[in-house]
Structure formats: structure tokens, C-alpha cells
Design a protein around this ligand. Structure first.
Ligand code: NAI
Length: 466
């Protein structure tokens, strides 16, 4: 007897195409493949019921298969309405894994899918969350506080919150006690990105974190690789697929010079653009200057810009006034996690012309036009396919190790945010050397004792910044 179909994808017939690309991706994801080799037999995730909220791409499909090979059951959704690759979602659904992800889904659907990844056929709760940006975690924690009588759902501050709050209210009415029970069952959460990690630290400081969390982002082999080298490849990819504009010779402004900003500036410079950078942090501003970029304010430099990319994880970075000051037909996009970096809401009463999915031309009252990518949502995943497999292998190997750690030893942790120990970070890097033909030098015993480091590592003190 077939039960009701437990997935939502755009087109299940794309599964074969998805599987072909997954097979290719596997050849570029040595970290995940070696997790399967190392843990496939012992199955440390047997009994894990993982709710995953992370861009449903081909690379994520390989992550899902890895978690399953280690014994986990998973339910999956994308953490952004534009980031799904429909063939990847189809391949995962066709193999029998519940996935709820459609490229271009509505905000209402987004929160319905976020609910669905907690709805197991047996009615029992999830016991693990694998999050990217923190929406799955927030859904449960807000819902539980509302169930406990806190008046937190009456004033949605944004369109996003309207749909989130409506979904929480719907679930509270349909399944009384759901959120508190679900919160109680979670052993831990592993969080992928800077913005989600910020949310976790804020929860911890307020005493609102009810389970341990592993900050995957701040593994060196995540933020110093995915955020940087990943964006170095995927930013320009997104701009090109969105616009086909000639990059060489153009003036581009990158807002923010953290890990994503460094990769983004390098991406544009590599394509021949003349890059300017904005920063609020004097250290990052100095880094940008000494990397050879002119450091400016957006207010001053906007009239010179052909391309503006925001990378800050902060809100209101590109204001309506900044956008008005741009050249005609300037391209504006965001590669940070949330769409509040650009004041898109302020453009709603302007004239919009849709060019193609995730590309819009917006006209200002004075006739000046602007190309907006992915409606201000992260454009490397909206307009292109996100980071390449190889760098995601490093990120996702950290995710797998974090899930194993929390699922098997979660009780030994306090309700705080942790990073993985350095020996595991070094292990993730080590797993990616062979593919690139890297020959590692081994220290002599004398050298090791001279610098006070074990020959097997860890090679650096905790405070080392890479
Ligand atoms: P980060 O903290 O290293 O860098 C952000 C930088 O922006 C900081 O240096 C900060 O001083 C600067 N900044 C903050 N407010 C600013 C303002 N008003 N004007 C100019 N600069 C400002 O964070 P990271 O790791 O670079 O991440 C940035 C965002 O990108 C986060 O939202 C993160 O979640 C997201 N992300 C997106 C990825 C993607 O593939 N699209 C990949 C990895 C992270």
C-alpha cells in the first residue's frame, strides 16, 4: 500500500539528470566519500532523525546520501526560496528521502516546507537539526515559546515573519504541544553559516538555547574556504548567468570585507573589474586597502559603480538612496545570507520588469534603471548553482562530524555553542589534499619539539587565525 507522497519537488522526472550530476559531484567530494568509508559500517547516526534546512543543491544531495549511509533518517528543505536545484531535489525524492524544495517557491510554501521537515510519518519528533541560517531552529524555538504563553506572534515585523507566524499558529492549532515536545527531543543543532551562528550566540547569551550547538561555520576548513574560495568562484558565476555583462573594466563595489567579501572582491578582480570595498571594521578595511582595493563609502562611490555586491550579513547596507545614486543599468546583488542587506522593500512601488527568473529591471521615477539579482536574496545560489562541489565537501565533512558528535555525545555538552576541535579541522583539510596532489612535509622529531608541536598535529594554537 502506498502512503501519501511524502515530498514536494518541481518535477520528479528530473531525477535521472540529478543522479548523473550527483555521481560527478561525488568525485569532487573526497571528504564526504571518506566519511562513508570510515563510518559506513559502524553507522554512528543509526537512530538519528535529522531535520535538514540547507540549500537543496547537488552538493547537498551528496551530504544527504552520506548522512543516510551513516544510518540517519533525514527530512530536508532548502533554506532559501531560490536556491534549490530541482534535479537534485528530484533525485533525492526519487530515492525515497522526504524533501520539500522547489526553486522559486513562495514564502508561504517556504515555511510550510520548514514545518514538513519536522513531520515524520510516525508522528514522533526529530532529534537533530542541521541548519543553514537558523530558520529551522528558530521555527521550533519561537513556536515553543508561543506555546508556553509568550505573546510573540502578534506583531510580524516583515513579510517573512508574517508567513512564519501564520505557520506557527497553524501548527499550534493542529498539533497542540508540538513545539515544546519537539524542542525537548532535539539533542543538538549543527549550523552552517555566519548569520545562523550569530543567531545561536544571541540565543545563548539570552539563555534561550535549549540544546548544544556546533558552529560549523567557524571551523577553519569551512569559513576560510567555503566563504572565501567558494564565493570567489560562485559570485561572478551568478552575475554572468544572470546578466552576461562584460565584467572587465567595470567598476564594482563590494560591501564588507570579511570572508565572503574577500572571496567576492577576488572574484570580481579576477574577472577584470576595478574593485572598491566598503567596511565598518578598521582591521578589515586595512586588509582591503593592503590587498590593493580602494576603500570607500557607498554613499561617495555609488555614482561610479556598475556593479554593487553586498556581503555583510548586516541589514540596510545598500539603501534606497544609494540605489538612486547608481549609474543607469547598474547591477545590484547580495551574497550574504538574508535579503535585508538591500532595501528591496523600498523598491516595491517602483516599476519592475521581469527579464527572466531571478533577474529584474527596476526603474526609478527619474527613468534611471537598475538590474536587481534574485530580488536581493543570495545571488550565487539564486542566479547560479552555489559553490563548486570540492569546497562544499570540506564544509559538509565538518557538518557530518558535528552531527556524529552531537548525536553520540550530545549529553556531554552544555547548552552552548561549540566549534569542532582543531584535530578534526585538520583532518577535514587532510582528506582534501590527495585530490589536489598536495605533498605534505613531515617534521623531524627535533623540529617538532623545537616549535613545541606534535608531529601529528594539532599544528597551531587555538588563537591562530590562518
Ligand atoms: P564576516 O563577519 O566575516 O564578514 C562580514 C563583514 O561585513 C565584516 O567584516 C563586517 O565588518 C562587515 N560589515 C558589517 N556591516 C557593514 C556595513 N554596514 N558596511 C560595510 N561592511 C559591513 O561574515 P562572512 O563569513 O563573510 O559572511 C557574510 C554573510 O554571507 C553572512 O550572512 C553569511 O551567512 C553569508 N554567507 C553566504 C555564502 C554564500 O554562498 N552566499 C557563503 C558563506 C556565508
Amino acid at each position: 500500500l502506498m502512503s501519501e507522497q511524502d515530498y514536494v519537488v518541481a518535477d520528479i522526472s528530473l531525477a535521472e539528470f540529478g543522479n548523473k550530476e550527483i555521481e560527478i559531484a561525488e568525485t569532487e567530494m573526497p571528504g564526504l566519500m571518506s566519511c562513508v568509508e570510515e563510518f559506513g559500517e559502524s553507522k554512528p547516526l543509526a537512530g538519528a532523525r535529522i531535520t535538514g534546512s540547507l540549500h537543496m543543491t547537488i552538493q547537498t544531495a551528496v551530504l544527504i546520501r552520506t548522512l543516510e549511509a551513516l544510518g540517519a533518517k533525514v527530512r530536508w528543505a532548502s533554506c532559501n526560496i531560490f536556491s534549490t536545484q530541482d534535479h537534485a531535489a528530484a533525485a533525492i525524492a526519487a530515492a525515497g528521502t522526504p524533501v520539500f524544495a522547489v526553486k522559486g517557491e513562495s514564502l508561504e510554501e517556504y515555511w510550510t516546507y520548514t514545518d514538513k521537515i519536522f513531520q515524520w510519518p510516525d508522528g514522533e519528533p526529530s532529534n537533530m537539526i542541521l541548519d543553514d541560517g537558523g530558520d529551522a531552529t528558530m521555527y521550533i524555538l519561537l513556536g515553543a515559546r508561543a506555546e508556553e504563553g509568550e505573546d510573540i506572534l502578534s506583531n510580524p515585523g516583515s513579510e517573512e515573519e508574517e508567513y512564519l507566524f501564520a505557520q506557527i499558529k497553524k501548527r499550534m492549532a493542529e498539533t497542540p504541544g508540538f513545539f515544546v515536545k519537539q524542542r525537548h527531543a532535539i539533542k543538538g543543532v549543527s549550523e552552517e553559516t555566519t548569520t545562523g551562528v550569530n543567531r545561536l550566540y544571541q540565543l545563548m547569551e539570552k539563555g534561550h538555547l535549549p540544546f548544544p550547538a556546533i558552529n560549523v561555520n567557524d571551523s577553519v576548513t569551512k569559513s576560510k574556504f567555503d566563504n572565501k574560495y567558494g564565493c570567489k568562484e560562485s559570485l561572478v558565476d551568478g552575475i554572468r548567468r544572470g546578466t552576461d555583462v562584460m565584467m572587465a573594466g567595470k567598476t564594482a563595489i563590494v560591501c564588507g570585507y570579511g570572508d565572503v567579501g574577500k572571496g567576492s572582491a577576488a572574484s570580481l578582480q579576477g574577472a577584470g573589474a576595478r574593485v572598491k570595498v566598503t567596511e565598518v571594521d578598521p582591521i578589515c578595511a586595512l586588509q582591503a586597502a593592503m590587498d590593493g582595493y580602494e576603500v570607500v563609502t557607498l554613499r561617495d562611490a555609488a555614482p561610479t559603480a556598475d556593479i554593487v555586491i553586498t556581503t555583510t550579513g548586516n541589514k540596510d547596507v545598500v539603501t534606497i538612496d544609494d540605489m538612486r545614486a547608481l549609474k543607469d543599468m547598474a547591477i545590484v546583488g547580495n551574497i550574504g545570507h538574508f535579503d535585508n542587506e538591500i532595501q528591496v522593500a523600498e523598491l516595491k512601488n517602483h516599476k519592475w520588469t521581469n527579464i527572466k527568473p531571478q533577474v529584474d529591471m527596476v526603474e526609478f521615477p527619474d527613468g534611471k534603471r537598475m538590474i536587481l539579482l534574485s530580488e536581493g536574496r543570495l545571488l550565487n545560489l539564486g542566479n547560479a548553482t552555489g559553490h563548486p562541489s570540492f569546497v562544499m565537501s570540506a564544509s559538509f565533512t565538518n557538518q557530518v562530524l558535528a552531527q556524529i558528535e552531537l548525536f553520540t555525545k550530545g549529553d556531554e555538552y552544555e547548552n552552548k555553542v561549540y566549534v569542532l576541535p582543531k584535530h578534526l579541522d585538520e583532518k577535514v583539510a587532510r582528506l582534501h589534499l590527495e585530490k589536489l596532489g598536495v605533498q605534505l612535509t613531515e617534521m623531524t622529531d627535533q623540529q617538532a619539539s623545537y616549535i613545541g608541536v606534535s608531529k601529528q598535529g594539532p599544528f597551531k594554537p587555538e588563537h591562530y587565525r590562518y
